[in-house]
Design a protein around this ligand. Structure first.
Ligand code: MLT
Length: 249
């Protein structure tokens, strides 16, 4: 298995990802929020890049079964039902609902990879579920970090490094992953002792603390706390249920 890693989705042409198995990472916080929403019973997440298209889609659907979720500058968008804190996506709020979701960076990465052969969403919270899925498919993997405003983000890169490390340990093989993958593994090694500290020191983690979302950092740092596999099917992200996903030890 070969792994290629992109620190941001910005310079990639979506056609390049067409036949790939793609892992999209947005630790703070879209990946974590999507995993929690689906694990708490949301029917599906419909990722969209703009607020306008989110409004348009929701306007065509029944209000009882559809919610608008997401953020701009980390905060809930006017007229939306939910922001982007994973703690908001409780069973009470989301069970049985379709969630039209737009976030600053995560949704853009998902949009870039929408024609991928397989697309799964990864954070620390569902790390082993993603690793197990990739090991089972055995195909080469493209990891797409969402980054921050077109730039590198430490938390997505460390998460990618953890994923590559897990794949390598579980397969017992050295994974060919280029300089980007090697750098990510080194950063992960450095941060492994305390993921939550790494998140708290990150630029986006500091920003989230400033705007009142310090509790989200702990939630986003909990490895394997939400062992689900969100997967793009058509235009929506759903839980992969065909095969049972179990945790790699
Ligand atoms: C994003 O997609 O940019 C984020 O998930 C930002 C956030 O809400 O923390």
């Amino acid at each position: 298995m070969r792994v290629e890693l992109f620190f941001t989705p910005h310079h990639i042409d979506e056609l390049y990802l067409r036949e790939k198995t793609v892992v999209v990472i947005d630790v703070l916080r879209a990946s974590t929020t999507i995993a929690r929403a689906l694990s708490n019973g949301a029917k599906e997440i419909i990722p969209v890049t703009t607020v306008e298209s989110a409004m348009k889609i929701v306007g065509n659907l029944s209000g009882d079964v559809t919610l608008l979720g997401g953020e701009r500058n980390g905060k809930m968008i006017e007229g939306f039902h939910l922001g982007n804190s994973p703690l908001e996506y409780t069973e009470d709020r989301v069970k049985g609902k379709s969630i039209v979701f737009s976030s600053t960076n995560g949704s853009q990465a998902l949009a870039k990879a929408r024609h991928a052969k397989e697309l799964v969403v990864c954070g620390f919270v569902n790390m082993s579920a993603v690793a197990e899925f990739l090991l089972a498919t055995g195909s080469d993997v493209t990891i797409l970090c969402s980054g921050r405003a077109g730039n590198f983000s430490i938390e997505d890169t460390v998460c990618a490094g953890m994923l590559i490390t897990k794949l390598s340990e579980a397969s017992g093989k050295v994974i060919e992953c280029g300089d980007a993958g090697s750098a990510a593994m080194t950063l992960y090694k450095n941060a492994a002792k305390s993921i939550v500290k790494m998140l708290a020191r990150s630029q986006h983690g500091q920003y989230l603390k400033e705007i009142g979302f310090v509790d989200d950092l702990r939630v986003c740092a909990e490895v394997d706390s939400v062992p689900v596999l969100p997967q793009l099917v058509g235009n929506v992200v759903k839980l992969k249920t065909a095969e049972k996903v179990s945790v790699v030890s």
